[in-house]
Ligand binder design. Structure first.
Ligand SMILES: *[C@@H]1O[C@H](CO)[C@@H](O)[C@H](O)[C@H]1NC(C)=O
Ligand SMILES: *[C@@H]1O[C@H](CO)[C@@H](O)[C@H](O)[C@H]1NC(C)=O
Ligand SMILES: *[C@@H]1O[C@H](CO)[C@@H](O)[C@H](O)[C@H]1NC(C)=O
Ligand SMILES: *[C@@H]1O[C@H](CO)[C@@H](O)[C@H](O)[C@H]1NC(C)=O
Ligand SMILES: *[C@@H]1O[C@H](CO)[C@@H](O)[C@H](O)[C@H]1NC(C)=O
Ligand SMILES: *[C@@H]1O[C@H](CO)[C@@H](O)[C@H](O)[C@H]1NC(C)=O
Ligand SMILES: *[C@@H]1O[C@H](CO)[C@@H](O)[C@H](O)[C@H]1NC(C)=O
Ligand SMILES: *[C@@H]1O[C@H](CO)[C@@H](O)[C@H](O)[C@H]1NC(C)=O
Ligand SMILES: *[C@@H]1O[C@H](CO)[C@@H](O)[C@H](O)[C@H]1NC(C)=O
Ligand SMILES: *[C@@H]1O[C@H](CO)[C@@H](O)[C@H](O)[C@H]1NC(C)=O
Length: 767
């Protein structure tokens, strides 16, 4: 341990000495690298008012240095720097990482950026940068991520970018770029993500694109690209998962070879001038989740093989010239929750749909209708369904977690990501609230007989009579409702006034978005929702015991919750968070873990609820945030960094877990943590919930100490030093050493210093 630590330090010092001596020897002739670096940071003005003492620059905010004291990373994202990118930036020749996203920067991109030859990350998105992309950027051959999205950059894409052969992410979206895609981009054989949407690019897609064998995302929507037969070359890019060519001027037909792209999750070809029919082989795309071909001139009938697309969540074929009848196989699509076949020339009858996710609101006179009507504008079509398909089998057919998380990733790529990029623009124009959803009002209840509808909910609660109310919060009330089938559900209903508040509306929709797609045995299940302006409610699995907060404070329940149950509750929460952070791509952060948002079923199993503020952490979007969460549970760094990371949840988890052991909010203990020496005189047993007798079993005592050690690691003031939730879960499984000190002797100080946990993998908490 000791030797492995000192080694790099000695090496580093050696290097520093060598470098400094080189630097001094050079300084006679011209300015040394260190001097020009100091000059560059001073001239940038970005640390003005912070310090003028450049010798201390490695300690300035957003700067990281190597052992030689040379700057290697600058991350000032989300700080309102204003001003320009100074040409002197090119003198920071050791820079590997430069993130100035969302910094209110204006001016042009200086050519000297091309001197930063070690750079592997360059993020300048969401600023007010104008002018061209300098060809000199082509010299940054180590670059893996280049993001200039959301600026006012004009001119054409320089061919020189083709030299960036290590590039994995190229994001030039939402600028004013013109001209065509240079064929040299075909040399970017490592490229995985290509975002060029919302520009004024034109011409056809160059043949060379077919060399981008690693491409997973191609998003070039909202340009003026042309091309006949949706470029056949895409058929060679077999790793493509998301194709968005919408809102361009592509002509010709959809080639059947697209059906070979087996990894495809979303295909958006809407708002082009496509003719011909939908290839029947589309049924081969087993992973296809979003299919949007709306506003083209497609003819012929809807292929019946569309019924093979088991993963399909959204199908939009509206505004085409499709004729014939709607294939009854559509009824097989049990995950479908958005369907739009409006304004075609469809005839015959609407098939009896699998109505679990698409709610049927009007079921009078044996005529079932979906609202809003996805069949409107088809003159020869009878819009009535005479019965509904229900199938109990699908409930058990829960797909593996990762598969369920992926659809969110797509939503994210194409809608949320867009919203994030433009949030600033929008914020200036409109009050908060996000884009109006495509469907406006929707109601959807599933898992049960599709006939259970709005009316049953109203009947079960006598129109939300207060007698059925089991809780009231700032947003609205929670009701308990027994459905005609006997099943008891919980309803969370927004108060009328709150329903008109865009913030509550947004949080409701956010909750729906997450809970419909993520599944975990310790995450509360959503059975349905109703988003009528008149009445907005969510329908959940009913949790007999209510919140953890309530149970800890109820004399009877608190005693019922013995140490073993409490440890199980803590483990249940940890598993959920580990799942959200590590098994979902992109990772999901809950952001509001509190004892109120952890519910217990009748056997005291913990269920995490309330995803109203949850969000995804994406590779290339800002993780900047406004402060949300519950007071007393929010990680201390959030207040000043405003950057959300998984580690914020880890801290909140620590607070709830400690509260579970203490039986009350650990306010006082938390206030001692910044100066741990104050913990020397506090024993663990002094803070444990005195509703419960101390554990008599040595094993339980040992578990308690083990869990408490992990909790204090999670409460570390410095986010980087907190373990990840995955590490926490791994720790739960690790072999423990037995306690060699009596429980009553153990102080909080020892727990904070990990002195009590000397197990084999104790290092994981020290990372
Ligand atoms: C840095 O120098 C400038 C001008 O030399 C001065 O106005 C400013 O107050 C100084 N800032 C600090 C923090 O010393
Ligand atoms: C830095 O960039 C400028 C402008 O591109 C160039 O003139 C100069 O030679 C470069 N300096 C070095 C050390 O590469
Ligand atoms: C880019 O925009 C500027 C104005 O911001 C304009 O003067 C310049 O001609 C534009 N360049 C191109 C290539 O369109
Ligand atoms: C298309 O992109 C431009 C920016 O280049 C943007 O202003 C416009 O809103 C986009 N159109 C749509 C429909 O998204
Ligand atoms: C379909 O999706 C699953 C889950 O993401 C993935 O494992 C599988 O490889 C995909 N199929 C293809 C052909 O890419
Ligand atoms: C659908 O349209 C195609 C041509 O547009 C025509 O050949 C075919 O007969 C039509 N089918 C029906 C059922 O109307
Ligand atoms: C269907 O899409 C059209 C635009 O193509 C939109 O105006 C309409 O509201 C959508 N209807 C449904 C039911 O989603
Ligand atoms: C659905 O469940 C009912 C009773 O729960 C059963 O009678 C029926 O056979 C099931 N249907 C299918 C398709 O499994
Ligand atoms: C409580 O939840 C756990 C985990 O989902 C489950 O295994 C258990 O059966 C539930 N208990 C009851 C009584 O429903
Ligand atoms: C946001 O967080 C995720 C997960 O930690 C990370 O992969 C991503 O790089 C972050 N984004 C930025 C722009 O820092």
């Amino acid at each position: 341990m000791v030797s492995s630590f000192t080694h790099p330090i000695i090496l580093g010092l050696l290097w520093a000495t060598i470098l400094i001596s080189i630097a001094t020897s050079m300084s006679t002739a011209e300015q040394s690298p260190l001097e020009s670096e100091a000059k560059a940071v001073l001239e940038s003005g970005w640390w003005n008012g912070y310090s003028n003492d450049t010798s201390q620059r490695c300690k300035w905010p957003g700067i990281s240095c190597n052992f030689a004291g040379i700057i290697t990373e600058i991350d000032l994202s989300d700080r309102g720097l204003g001003g320009n990118i100074p040409p002197g930036i090119g003198d920071l020749s050791a820079l590997e990482y430069l993130d100035l996203s969302n910094c209110d920067l204006s001016g042009e991109l200086p050519t000297s950026l091309g001197n930063l030859s070690l750079l592997h990350f360059l993020g300048l998105s969401r600023n007010y940068i104008h002018g061209p992309i300098p060809s000199a950027l082509g010299q940054l051959t180590n670059l893996r991520t280049l993001s200039l999205a959301g600026n006012q950059i004009n001119g054409s894409i320089p061919s020189a970018l083709g030299q960036l052969t290590n590039l994995q992410i190229l994001n030039l979206a939402y600028n004013q770029l013109e001209g065509s895609i240079p064929s040299a981009l075909g040399q970017l054989t490592n490229l995985q993500y290509l975002y060029l949407y919302d520009n004024q690019l034109e011409g056809s897609i160059p043949q060379e694109i077919e060399k981008l064998k690693n491409l997973r995302v191609l998003a070039i929507t909202n340009n003026s690209f042309i091309g006949h037969d949706i470029p056949l070359l895409l058929c060679h890019l077999t790793k493509l998962e998301h194709i968005n060519l919408g809102l361009n001027q592509f002509t010709g037909s959809i080639p059947s070879c697209l059906c070979n792209l087996e990894a495809l999750f979303s295909l958006y070809l809407s708002q082009n001038r496509l003719i011909g029919s939908i290839p029947s082989c589309v049924g081969n795309l087993y992973n296809l989740t979003f299919l949007d071909l709306h506003s083209n001139q497609l003819q012929g009938s809807i292929p019946s093989d569309i019924g093979n697309l088991e993963a399909l969540i959204s199908l939009d074929l509206s505004q085409n010239r499709l004729n014939g009848s709607i294939p009854s196989q559509i009824a097989m699509l049990h995950r479908l929750s958005e369907l739009n076949l409006t304004f075609n020339q469809l005839s015959g009858y609407v098939p009896n749909l699998y109505a679990t996710k698409l709610l049927i609101v009007d079921n009078s006179n044996d005529c079932y209708k979906i609202y809003p009507d996805p069949f409107e504008g088809n003159k020869a079509l009878s819009p009535c369904m005479n019965s509904l398909v229900t199938n109990n089998a699908t409930n058990n057919k829960s797909p593996p977690y990762i598969k369920i998380c992926l659809p969110i990733a797509i939503f994210y790529t194409f809608s949320i990501l867009g919203c994030l990029f433009f949030s600033r623009v929008k914020a200036n124009n409109k009050p908060a609230g996000g884009r109006p959803t495509k469907n406006g009002d929707i109601c959807s209840i599933w898992n049960y007989d599709g006939k259970i509808a709005y009316e049953d909910i109203i009947a079960a609660t006598e129109d939300f009579d207060f007698r059925y109310c089991i809780g009231v919060g700032g947003y609205g009330s929670v009701y308990r409702a027994q459905l005609p089938c006997g099943k008891v559900v919980a309803l969370k209903k927004l108060h009328r006034l709150e329903a008109e508040n865009p913030a509550f509306d947004k949080s409701f929709r956010n909750e729906i978005k997450f809970l419909t797609e993520i599944r975990h045995r310790n995450i509360v299940k959503l059975h349905g929702f109703c988003l009528h302006r008149r009445s907005m409610f969510l329908i959940y699995e009913y949790m007999e015991k209510g919140s953890l907060f309530y149970n800890l404070r109820d004399e009877v329940e608190a005693v019922e919750m013995d140490w073993t149950k409490r440890i199980e509750i803590i483990k249940g929460m940890a598993h959920v968070l580990s799942y959200l952070h590590h098994d979902c791509t992109p990772p999901i952060v809950h952001r509001d873990i509190s004892s109120n948002n952890v519910l217990l079923n009748s056997s005291f199993q913990a269920f995490v609820a309330d995803f109203g503020t949850a969000r995804m952490l994406d590779l290339d979007s800002s993780n900047h945030t406004i402060l949300v969460g519950t007071r007393g549970y929010i990680a201390p760094e959030l207040a000043y960094t405003m950057v959300v990371t998984e580690k914020c949840d880890v801290y909140s988890f620590g607070v709830v877990a400690l509260e579970t052991l203490m039986g009350k909010h650990p306010e006082e203990v938390l206030s001692w943590l910044p100066s741990p020496s104050s913990l020397v005189n506090t024993k663990l047993i002094d803070v444990l919930d005195n509703c419960l007798p101390l554990p008599t079993s040595q094993l339980v005592a040992q578990n308690l100490v083990h869990v408490a050690t992990l909790i204090f690691a999670c409460l570390n003031q410095r986010p980087k030093l907190r373990p990840t939730m995955k590490e926490v879960c791994k720790e739960f499984l690790s072999r423990q050493t037995s306690l060699n000190v009596p429980l009553r002797m153990i102080s909080l100080f020892q727990l904070v210093k990990h002195e009590m946990h000397i197990g084999e993998s104790s290092d994981t908490c020290n990372v």
